[in-house]
Design a protein around this ligand. Sequence first.
Ligand SMILES: *Cc1c(COP(=O)(O)O)cnc(C)c1O
Length: 494
Amino acid sequence: MNLLYKSTRGGETVTASQAILQGLSHDGGLFVPTEIPRLSVPVEELAQMSYQELAYTVMSRFLTDFTEEELRDCIAKAYDSKFDTQEIAPLAKAEDVYYLELFHGATIAFKDMALSILPHLMTTAARKNQVKNEIVILTATSGDTGKAALAGFADVPGTRILVFYPKNGVSPIQEKQMVTQKGNNTFVVGIHGNFDDAQSGVKKLFGDQELAGKMADRGFQFSSANSINIGRLVPQIVYYVYAYARLFANEEVARGETVNVTVPTGNFGNILAAYYAKQMGLPIGKLICASNDNRVLYDFFQSGRYDRNREFILTSSPSMDILISSNLERLIYRIAGEDDGANRKLMQDLTEKGVYEITLAMRERLEDFYGNYATQEEAASMIRRLYESTGYVIDPHTAVAAVVYEKYQGETKDETKTIIASTASPFKFTRSVMEAIQGSCDETEDFALVDTLSQLSQVPVPQAIEEIRSAPVLHNTVVEAPDMKAAVKRFLGI
Ligand SMILES: *Cc1c(COP(=O)(O)O)cnc(C)c1O
């Protein structure tokens, strides 16, 4: 069967490789599979598979115009010794919850799970579609995507990568990771503004006809590494299936037993992947959507009204500081009964008024989801409590999920076993973590804190942190948001 991808705004239908190349549809919509394929592999078999084998099993059902050889090659290049464990995404059990550790890749955050394979999917897709242009990856980041994308694309032939990040909206270690990025094809730019400013700026650049024309003349074309690209979404489905298979293999769940999944959410990509895994037939019960103080999604699940007109709050979980969750459009489209007209209208409301409201019928189709949020204080207490009771240290994003899971359980008394997506290493947010555990933190030097955290958690300092300790700053451009276009032109020399 050849699976195609259509735009949530109705404009076009393309193959998987074309969807990966394009990122966003020309009509501004997001590509979604015309149907969700069934997994249809007994869990006993899944439980025997390595991460790589399982990745092939899941991804081959979605990326049907890739040959087996192409896809296996992409998987082998992505999930290799860049990860510090052969398991790729190990599970840790603490207080009867399974933490799915998605932070064992090159940049110690969950973005590596998808961004280590995207460059290979993209260059393969370019070859398949006879694209001769150099591919220019343009990305807005709230911290983790930027570094993971840079690490994935650095020195990949036929590509260049340009990352915009909010100058004062990422952690010091996140910033250091980005501005020390090597590679002749990389460019990192800070902007004065928040993540949404960066993301809106990037969206505008993608739609800029004058720029597209100039680039085409010089043999360049844009693509996106943001989580709207289905080449990121599909690899994220894999680890939910893998987690379930591991639980089964370890006799933690019985065949067919339902598990809930809790996901610390920002752009809604990770939790959407879990939703797709459920649609494939994986026995997932509730999808628990955890937000921080930027609780747009919680309010949406409560009221059916998505309202971005509110103050943007900088929190200790910066990768979730988002007011427009781009991937939610894919869910909206689905609960609208795949009615692209209805979806278009809602997205237009969002652009024009910053708010939209879904119908009652659509709300009824949200019953798989539960939403709640955690304040910074609640997340910090969770980090501390878990450390004190088990010795296990989680990062502030994962802590938001752990708090929300507890609220869910308190409200519903649902005893179903739960997987919490653990999206970043605590070493990436050392200061917040140490403040949470110690109550306060006087140390001014972030790398000294790294050593303290290592002693206290008895986890060695990850390679990704060791590497940037003494690395020189290679990128120091900072621009105003309206000057992003000029920065792109300068980078490309056009
Ligand atoms: C990106 C990110 C998230 C949010 O994931 P989405 O797919 O955008 O919802 C959560 N935690 C961390 C650490 C992240 O990097």
